[in-house]
Design a protein around this ligand. Structure first.
Ligand code: PCA
Length: 206
């Protein structure tokens, strides 16, 4: 099974992003039953989804796991839905862009649901003692745009793909004063292993 794992560069004045740290870790790891490609994406509306879309057609992954950070959240949050809107007036992307009320894809569907087995993933994360929850909003910034674009590409081309977005809490280094909840990198890594095992086992059972 081919699995593409992505994270994001830092943005919005942050010096790091736990999702790109996870990508660097995943690049060094072996995941039995999966061929893994991992990449860090730019935090720009115009380029965030391009490397993934290109890889969908070139490498033909069976699974795409998109990761980003949502500072303030205290659990691994499994995004259920991506919406067709870009609207973050107070937060520029890394190109200085800050759209208002702009569709991700002109005349595209209002929304797409994640196609990952989120219920099983959440149950298995809980069994491992990892804080995890569903989220019904991936926001209206770059993470939502990336999730929407990937699911739209899969739908438009009929790609048999399981794809979705997972937001991570901030890492402890980002808020040493404890002003926001954080999750240790080891826990985030264990979460990725659990997510991979859930998907690989499900595939083997089919
Ligand atoms: N989080 C942002 C963009 C990149 C990231 O890691 C978001 O939630 O949109």
């Amino acid at each position: 099974m081919n699995v593409l794992i992505t994270g994001f560069e830092p943005f919005g004045g942050m010096s790091q992003n736990p999702s790109s740290a996870l990508v660097s870790w995943a690049e060094q790891e072996v995941f039995p039953g999966a061929d893994v490609k991992a990449m860090t994406l730019p935090v720009t509306y115009s380029k965030c989804a391009e490397p993934v879309v290109e890889t969908l057609h070139r490498w033909k992954p069976d699974v795409v796991l998109l990761f980003g950070v949502a500072a303030g959240r205290q659990a691994v949050t499994l995004e259920r839905i991506a919406v067709n809107i870009e609207d973050a007036p107070g937060l520029t992307d890394n190109d200085g862009e800050a759209p208002v009320d702009r569709p991700v894809v002109k005349d595209g569907p209002d929304a797409y649901f994640s196609t990952l087995p989120l219920r099983s993933i959440m149950e298995n994360l809980h069994e491992e003692g990892i804080p995890a929850a569903f989220s019904y909003s991936a926001g209206t910034y770059i993470c939502n745009t990336t999730m929407y674009r990937v699911l739209h590409e899969a739908a438009e081309h009929g790609l048999p793909l399981q794809a979705g977005f997972i937001h991570l809490p901030a890492s402890p280094d980002m808020f040493p004063d404890g002003s926001k909840p954080t999750m240790a990198p080891e826990t985030v890594q264990k979460a990725l292993r659990t997510i991979m095992n859930t998907i690989i086992k499900k595939e083997a059972a089919v």
